[in-house]
Write a protein that binds this ligand. Structure first.
Ligand code: HEC
Length: 182
């Protein structure tokens, strides 16, 4: 029994010692960082205060008449590849034997909502990046087919098939990447 007690005491002492060594290392590293920063002349700079969340303009409700126009455009020009309900083509993440990719879905299961309005506009107006780089024939450019108003309306229609939460995430993304001219 006494042997056990001694060994307990002993190990407590070792733990204490370790903790002390660790704090020494921490203190030393902190002083080193302070010294280095000081050397860069930053020591006199005011300490940056944690900023509050950037203000995001509240998400507007989708303009119903634009969504209706967008739905018509979508059915006529997009649905043949992306699916009538935006479901995309099968196995859209896998390249086809010829190296092209199938058309991706536009609903919540896809990737479209990861992009801000500006990027979506460019993809529809000028074709996908892969196409512009001549990698795949992929997503065609609609600059000569659709008006500016029709392209915006089609993107609004795509938003209307997203869940509220997805719309909110994409809206925040669009604050940094808005429609051209906004
Ligand atoms: C000929 C088939 C085809 C048509 C028609 C088509 N697309 Fe696509 N689209 C694609 C393919 C394929 C891709 C994937 C990128 C690539 O391979 O170029 C794509 C990608 C996209 C993307 C990017 C999605 C992402 O996650 O990055 C958007 C947005 C898009 N299309 C919107 C539209 C809209 C809106 C229309 C109608 C105006 C349309 N597409 C018509 C084939 C098509």
């Amino acid at each position: 029994m006494p042997v056990l007690m001694i060994s307990n005491e002993e190990s407590a002492r070792v733990r204490k010692q370790k903790r002390f060594t660790t704090s020494l290392v921490v203190v030393f590293s902190a002083s080193l960082v302070a010294l280095l920063l000081g050397g860069c002349g930053q020591s006199s700079q005011p300490v940056p205060q944690p900023t509050s969340e950037p203000q995001v303009t509240p998400m507007p409700t989708l303009d119903a008449s634009a969504v209706t126009l967008g739905q018509q455009v979508y059915a006529e020009y997009c649905a043949s590849c992306h699916g009538i309900e935006g479901e995309g083509q099968q196995n859209w993440k896998e390249p086809l034997p010829n190296g092209n990719y199938p058309a991706p879905p536009h609903d919540d299961s896809g990737h479209t909502w990861h992009h801000g309005d500006g990027t979506l506009y460019r993809v529809v107006h000028e074709g996908s990046m892969a196409r512009r780089q001549g990698i795949t024939p992929g997503m065609p450019a609609f600059a000569d087919v659709l008006t500016d108003k029709e392209i915006r309306a089609t993107i609004l229609y795509l938003k209307s098939i997203w869940s509220e939460e997805t719309q909110q995430i994409q809206w925040e993304q669009s604050q940094r990447d808005p429609f051209p001219g906004q």
